[in-house]
Design a binder for this molecule. Structure first.
Ligand SMILES: [Zn+2]
Length: 202
């Protein structure tokens, strides 16, 4: 039984609204291929993150079997208010794969990971650990200090996202071999404690 666009919108709101209470979802036949459903997700919270990050968060909220059954041919547009599909810029996977070793070398050499670790998990006693807002608020100024220009940010941050670094803390958990933040997490787990969660409001 295939579901109508309005049933799909209701289902999606059920999955997504608990995390994005103000999200606006529209669904209609896609203008370029009316056999496919175009789904437009619009949320204020998207304005500070890249479309690829937006997609990552949404796809994790919608159960995989639901996606397989009802959304496998759909086309998604993750929009901040005022944006249109033409504004969305997604990464070229092949290009990101090609540049990853060089970008990682630069980030290592400039001490980016260490500096981010110092913010998110300071060694100094009494210094407050940085909070993660599920975006790159802590990482971006450090990248600039490491010589990464505004134009280079898109490529560099997508290199990190392709390694599972979708926010400041995930860079240290997933995109780098060693970090104090990751070590602290596993130390707490091994001791049977709840690891500290750097996510704001967590
Ligand atoms: Zn995070």
């Amino acid at each position: 039984m295939s579901r109508t666009p309005s049933e799909i919108i209701n289902d999606l709101l059920g999955f997504i609204a608990p995390s994005y209470p103000n999200i606006d979802i529209r669904a209609e036949p896609w203008e370029h291929d009316p056999n496919r459903l175009a789904v437009y997700f619009t949320d204020e919270k998207f304005s500070l993150i890249y479309p690829y990050q937006r997609w990552h968060y949404l796809t994790h909220l919608i159960p995989a079997d639901y996606q397989d059954e009802h959304l496998s041919t759909s086309v998604w547009f993750e929009l901040a208010p005022g944006e249109s599909p033409a504004d969305l810029r997604y990464p070229d996977e092949e290009l990101i794969a090609d540049i990853t070793p060089d970008v990682m070398r630069i980030l290592m050499r400039t001490g980016f990971f260490k500096r981010l670790d110092d913010v998110m998990c300071p060694v100094e006693v009494g210094k407050t650990a940085g909070e993660c807002w599920g975006d790159f608020r802590n990482a971006v100024p450090i990248l600039h200090n490491c010589g990464i220009t505004e134009d280079e940010l898109f490529d560099v941050l997508h290199v990190l996202m392709f390694q599972g670094g979708f926010c400041d803390c995930e860079i240290l958990y997933n995109a780098v071999e060693e970090s104090r933040l990751k070590a602290g997490y596993w130390k707490a787990r091994a001791a049977g404690l709840e690891p500290p969660n750097p996510h704001k409001g967590a």
